[in-house]
Design a protein around this ligand. Structure first.
Ligand code: PLP
Length: 389
């Protein structure tokens, strides 16, 4: 391999480039926490919550230990329990369904759409009927903003209203995106996000947050994340969790949040470059009218995934599969109900999706290498996958 080619080899997610840009700000932020010593719920946590809430326009931000807990805290705050049905897309990271089961509820799997890969509204309505027939109480839907694009909260909101369902947005991948000019964080009663290091806004460890506009719900979340304690006294008001964000992670995230407004358009530019180059070769991701994405992943759909993955591996281009199985096919979740027409899109996508390197520091030369590798791999015949009929 020539020197030029070696230099162009892309990282899947380049945290080192971001670290370089941050300079010694992270070290200083961590040192400040070490000096004051308030490691748990220190001033950085409150400052981060203020900054995140104003960033997205939500009234409250309650940080917590990770994105999975953010979902659990929202479910706990609503008293979701055995006998309740929680509707989840079948094509997402496993945490989305895990939390419903941990609360004792029954998850009901819903299919996703062929273009955005997000929750399909007609499948949701059918799944609500299925849950009722099984004697479950429809309580809550958790739409996922897959790969960084918000789900269609306009339509989901209408269905939720009609059937009296609570909407908890799983925005682990989409903080910083928007729908009709409204930021993620304000599109549902609760919005749960993750600061896992590879997320668009990631820390250097685990972290998460819940956003809500409702004062009482925010107070419950604050209590639940800290063993159910009351606000000003040590009395225990609820059965809670230990799910606090560390002050050191908050200090790191405050520094990273400064770069975030630059990094979002940089991600969008890179996604646009991919789309221009790859649309003739494979099915590329589509944005809904009115939606922006933060491109947590740039994920294409092809019938020739194995071949493509091998060619990429051989050329030194990292790829990943998000996600290789529809959740209802995983052993712990096979027993749970699905929408009556099944989950054909989720199953179709699980066999064909492949994610490409995506981060705000991905250079044009590295992206050209990725595109050339894909073009070469698929040169013999078109690899465009059609949606399942
Ligand atoms: C869609 C989705 N939901 C929930 C989570 C859970 O977040 P965390 O890893 O911070 O617990 C993730 C993280 O990968 C995710 O992608």
């Amino acid at each position: 391999m020539s020197q030029d080619r070696a230099q162009a080899i892309p990282a899947f997610i380049d945290l080192a480039a971001q670290r370089e840009r941050l300079g010694d700000r992270i070290d200083q932020a961590i040192s400040a926490v070490l000096r004051h010593g308030q490691y748990i719920l220190g001033p950085e946590v409150a400052a981060l919550e203020d900054r995140l809430a104003s960033f997205c326009g939500a009234r409250h931000c309650v940080t917590c230990a990770n994105g999975t807990d953010a979902l659990i805290l929202a479910l706990m705050a609503e008293g979701i329990r055995p006998g309740d049905a929680v509707f989840v897309p079948a094509f997402t990271f496993v945490a989305t369904v895990e939390v419903a089961v941990l609360c004792g509820a029954t998850p009901v799997f819903v299919d996703v759409g062929p273009d955005t890969f997000n929750l399909d509204a007609s499948s949701l309505e059918a799944a609500i009927g299925e849950a009722r027939q099984r004697g479950l109480k429809p309580r809550c839907v958790i739409p996922v903003d897959l790969y960084g694009q918000p789900a269609d909260y306009r339509v989901i909101g209408e269905i939720a209203k009609a059937y009296d369902l609570l909407v908890i947005a799983d925005a682990a991948q989409s903080f910083g995106a928007s729908l009709d000019g409204r930021q993620v964080g304000t599109l549902a009663t609760y919005t749960a996000t993750s600061f896992y290091p590879s997320k668009p806004l990631g820390g250097y460890g685990d972290g998460g947050a819940v956003f809500t506009d409702d004062d009482e719900r925010a107070a419950r979340l604050r209590s639940l994340r800290n063993h159910g304690k009351g606000p000003d006294r040590p009395d225990t008001e609820h059965v809670g969790l230990n799910s606090r964000l560390d002050s050191i992670q908050a200090a790191i995230l405050l520094e990273k949040l400064r770069l975030f407004p630059d990094e979002i358009p940089a991600r969008q530019e890179r996604a646009e470059r991919y789309t221009q180059a790859l649309a003739p070769l494979v099915k590329v991701p589509e944005l809904m009218p009115g939606a922006t994405s933060v491109w947590a992943q740039y994920t294409i759909v092809t019938d020739r995934r194995d071949e493509l993955a091998k060619s990429c591996r051989d050329a030194g281009v990292p790829t990943a599969i998000h996600y290789p199985s529809a959740l209802n096919s995983l052993a712990p979740y096979r027993q749970f109900p699905t929408a009556p027409a099944g989950l054909p899109q989720a199953e179709f996508l699980a066999k064909r999706v492949i994610s490409l390197p995506m981060h705000p520091y991905l250079g044009a030369d590295a992206q050209a290498l990725i595109v050339a590798t894909i073009r070469h791999a698929l040169a013999s015949k078109a690899g465009v996958a059609r949606a399942a009929e």
